[in-house]
Design a binder for this molecule. Structure first.
Ligand SMILES: NC(=O)c1ccc[n+]([C@@H]2O[C@H](COP(=O)([O-])OP(=O)(O)OC[C@H]3O[C@@H](n4cnc5c(N)ncnc54)[C@H](OP(=O)(O)O)[C@@H]3O)[C@@H](O)[C@H]2O)c1
Length: 228
């Protein structure tokens, strides 16, 4: 009998992250729902969702991340799937963007996913199995970079490069991919967006479940490869 796989999803208390968490739980993963407010998160899940356990995961700085990862690792030493979903969108134009806003975007959208990959990828490799999904954006693609908000484009394009580097390093047992969920109705995307959170979550859930002959080091939207 195969063991239940454990999936950690960051920023899983709302939006696309919540839809990814619920979607994975419906596929019988035990989902660790990464969030800053664990008490609020507990109210978001019910028994019909499957097995979802909120865990505190604050990505605001390196110390907070280290503390949270240490706690998670003590309780759940084997993580099979990591979904780096948490993100922030600073909308300031280039001439208005403050160093703090750029720093915050880099921290949540790039440095935090990197820290999590650095932490979990070697453990996954030791277990000879791992799937990492980085929730990126078309605005982080080099081809789309000139269109989106500056700090967002810089941070998501960094995440895209990290995806390729980690994928190459851990090619033997891991699948490490990035994806764009499309324009999704969340606090970030706004209510005019064309997609539901569930639709936005589909490709991430698919990448989490890739078989051993699946792709790695690639960028996807709607389960189809797109250009970096
Ligand atoms: N919506 C879209 O149209 C769209 C398009 C392309 C890509 N994306 C990407 O999809 C992902 C999810 O976006 P969304 O639309 O679902 O956004 P959202 O509703 O604004 O949710 C963002 C999530 O990130 C978490 N987060 C932010 N800063 C954090 C921090 N310092 N530590 C821990 N968690 C933090 C939030 O937690 P709190 O509740 O604690 O703030 C929340 O759970 C993001 O990476 C985003 O860039 C979205």
């Amino acid at each position: 009998m195969s063991q239940t796989k454990v999936a950690l999803v960051t920023g899983a208390n709302r939006g696309i992250g919540l839809a990814i968490a619920k979607g994975l739980a419906k596929q019988n993963y035990h989902v660790l729902m990464g969030c800053r407010d664990i008490n609020a998160a507990e109210k978001l899940v019910d028994k019909t969702d499957g097995k979802i356990t909120p865990v505190t995961l604050d990505l605001s700085d390196a110390d907070a991340i280290a503390t949270c990862l240490n706690d998670i690792d003590q309780q759940y030493p084997k993580i099979d799937v990591l979904v780096n979903n948490a993100g922030v969108l600073e909308r300031e134009e280039l001439d208005q963007l403050s160093p703090e806003q750029l720093q915050q975007s880099m921290q949540v959208n790039a440095l935090a996913p990197f820290a999590l990959m650095q932490f979990f990828a070697p453990k996954m490799a030791k277990n000879r199995f791992g799937r990492i999904v980085n929730v990126s954006s078309g605005w982080g693609a080099t081809s789309g970079m000139l269109e989106g908000p500056v700090a967002y484009a810089i941070s998501k394009s960094s995440l895209n490069v990290m995806t390729q580097i980690i994928a190459k390093q851990y090619r033997k047992y891991l699948k490490v991919n990035a994806m764009c969920p499309g324009w999704v109705r969340t606090r970030m995307g706004g209510m005019a967006a064309t997609r539901s959170p569930e639709k936005g979550a589909e490709t991430a859930i698919w990448l989490a479940g890739l078989s051993n002959d699946g792709p790695t080091g690639e960028f996807f939207r709607d389960k189809k490869q797109i250009a970096w």
